[in-house]
Ligand binder design. Structure first.
Ligand code: AMP
Length: 187
């Protein structure tokens, strides 16, 4: 049973490669972004609470996502793919604590590297079809800022623990997937 996290800036291709990883290793896909968007779509009290933050491209409170993650880990029976979590080092520390609590191990963190101009190009392209309220030019700027400020240090957190796998996220989807698989299988 494997537990993997996929990491990268918005637009790096985490969603696309998550689909591959989930099928390849039969993992439970835990996307905090999807879970949060579902709350908004259902109009739950939590969904209403987070809407402005999500729409502005900023991160929602750690306590909110941590509660979702704990629920997902507690009920998992097949191995997990964390997508969009952890987003800051405090969340990374919580993930360590929760994995220990539920007797799991995070095997690897796959980091997709894509140059900034390509990230923006992809997000603007996706904005035309995604229907996501945070896929627009102003919000994209905030999301990239959040990434550089809060999320990028998470790579160092895992690098120093020997868990970071860095993959070039430029190129065709199948080649990137094959690179990820090679790296994971040679762990
Ligand atoms: P994503 O689908 O991963 O791009 O996430 C979309 C939005 O959901 C982000 O811009 C944040 O507002 C929120 N979000 C997703 N994951 C997290 C997280 N781990 N911590 C805080 N906010 C998150």
């Amino acid at each position: 049973m494997k537990n993997i996290a996929i990491f990268g800036a918005p637009g790096a291709g985490k969603g696309t490669q998550s689909d591959f990883l989930v099928n390849e290793y039969t993992l439970n896909h835990i996307s905090t972004g999807d879970l949060l968007r579902r709350e908004m779509a259902l109009g739950t009290p939590l969904g209403l609470q987070i809407k402005d933050t999500m729409d502005s491209g900023h991160l929602v409170g750690d306590d909110i996502v941590e509660a979702m993650i704990e629920k997902a880990i507690a009920s998992d029976t097949q191995g997990m793919l964390f997508d969009g979590f952890p987003r800051n080092t405090a969340q990374a520390e919580v993930l360590d604590r929760l994995m220990a609590k539920y007797h799991r191990t995070l095997d690897a963190v796959v980091c997709l590297e894509v140059p900034e101009d390509e990230l923006v190009r992809r997000m603007l392209e996706r904005a035309k079809v995604s229907g996501r309220s945070d896929d627009n030019e102003a919000t994209i700027k905030n999301r990239l800022q959040e990434y550089h400020h809060s999320t990028a240090p998470v790579a160092d957190y895992y690098r120093s623990r020997g868990k970071l796998i860095t993959v070039n996220g430029l190129g065709d989807i199948a080649t990137i997937a094959a690179d990820i698989k090679n790296a994971i299988d040679s762990l």
